[in-house]
Design a protein around this ligand. Sequence first.
Ligand code: CA
Ligand code: CA
Length: 164
Amino acid sequence: HLKKMLPKRLVVGLISLCLMIRCTSGNERCGASIRGACPLAWSQWGDKCYKQLSENLPWAEANQECIKMGSVLVMPQSQEETEYLVKNMIYYFWINCSDLQVEGTWVCQDGTTGVEYRNWRDGEPNNGGGREDCAAAGESGWNDVPCDDLSPVICQRPAPQLHF
Ligand SMILES: [Ca+2]
Ligand SMILES: [Ca+2]
């Protein structure tokens, strides 16, 4: 009965306070257990922050706009991450993958780091019309589409780490 009487907020507050006290006593796991919050208007999943731009853009501009905001074009690296984005942000979006340099050789990057994860839909990438060099992701997987398509943009940046 006591449990039911305690307001949820109070319980959450007490747990947070306990965590903070443990952290100030020099617990090394603290940095890993407490992640900083994302900046306002950015959504958090794991150690990443995401924000959808207000307008749809061609792929190259999408890249530039994210960089201007101190972030990079999103590059989901698992089905779980993709599902989070599809459910919480937008059902379809550019990802940081292209075969602009060498046709058929897809380069996917998380910032400047190469990413091996691939999630192409059946039959993709098909370089439709001979001019599909940029990738977009949706619930059912990735598709290569023309880079000048106007598609939704999600930018990503690492979540800040709090050290006590
Ligand atoms: Ca292509
Ligand atoms: Ca295609």
